[in-house]
Design a protein around this ligand. Structure first.
Ligand code: SF4
Ligand code: SF4
Length: 79
């Protein structure tokens, strides 16, 4: 788990599709209406880009992302 790697959503382009919320198994997100909100950034796994990879609008960036391509060790990206 990481405190220096977590998603930030650009609500200007988020389509509120729910894919990020549905993908994450670490309770990083909750929904306010249809809007995903990052409520537990500490739960985000260092190097995981599982939700970003599903975002249809490119609305998810990560704090701590320097362009590395690490994969999530917990496997939550793979299912
Ligand atoms: S990057 Fe992975 S662990 Fe972090 S919020 Fe997205 S799906 Fe969850
Ligand atoms: S996957 Fe992207 S477009 Fe869909 S709710 Fe999440 S941030 Fe918004």
């Amino acid at each position: 788990m990481s405190e220096k790697w977590y998603p930030v959503i650009d609500y200007e382009i988020c389509k509120e599709c729910g894919a990020c919320f549905n993908k994450c198994k670490h309770e990083v997100y909750k929904k306010e209406g249809n809007r995903p909100v990052v409520v537990f950034p500490e739960g985000c796994v260092q190097g995981c880009k599982g939700c970003q990879s599903l975002c249809p609008s490119g609305a998810i960036q990560y704090v701590g992302d320097n362009g590395q391509t690490d994969n999530c060790a917990c496997g939550c990206c793979n299912s």
